[in-house]
Each structure stands twice: as C-alpha cells, then as structure tokens.
Write a protein of this length. Sequence first.
Length: 152
Amino acid sequence: MFFAESWIYGHQLFISLEQRGVLAIIFWLSFFLFSFLHIFLVLADGWSRFQNYKRVKDQFFIYGFQGRIAENYIGSKCQRNAAIVAAQELGIDDELENYYRKRGVKWFHYIPYFMIRDPLFLFKNNFWSRTFLEKSYTPKFDYKALQYESVP
C-alpha cells in the first residue's frame, strides 16, 4: 500500500515541480516523504516484533509463564501479539491472555500505552530502539527438533 501511495504522491510531486507551485510542492513532498519513509518503518517494526517473539518464546520455554515476562510485552498491541503467538506455540496462551485481561488490556487497545502517557515519545531513544531497532536475537533452542523429539 505504501509503495502505491509513494508512487501516486511522487507522480503528483513531479507534476507540481513542473508547474512550480510552491504550496503544491510542499504539500505533495510531505505526503511522498511520509509514505516512502513509512515503508522502512513498517519493515523495521516487523523485524523488531520478530525479535520480541523469539526472545519471549525462549523466556517462556525456560521459565514457564510468569507475569514479569509478560509485562515486558504489554506496551503495544504488536508486542502483545508477539508474546501471544509464542505462548500459543508453547501451550500457555490461556495464562498469558488471562494475565493481560486482569491488567486491563482490551482487544481494541491498538495505540501503544507509552504514546498516551508520554506525548513526547518521538524524542526518546527508548522509543526508537524498542520499536524499530530491536537487536537481533538468536533463539537458544531448536523448537522444530524439540517437537520431533517429543513425538513417539
């Protein structure tokens, strides 16, 4: 979708550059930059959530369900989803979903909680590192091999 938007906005930007309308150039440039940069932000966010998934799956596998582990992934819908998928694969999703329900998380809580608490979140290093720049995580276990070992 953002590729298509970028192409449309870029086309409109080139038209406005030919006609030399300053306001039109600024208008279409801002839309183009937003949609084009959004492509990379979505990719980086997906990468970060995959790292969260691998990390939380290892943590749940080693320690079982613990609220302190689940609490690290309560901040946003995407992080909760990464934890829920990992918990489903380990068979502890009911415990995790009950924990989130008791903590007041609703199905419609899409906006990350930190954005509501701190409107200046864009200027915090923690936001950028935790949302888009999560470090690569190598799982400690080969879950496919473990799955085959448990089958009689």
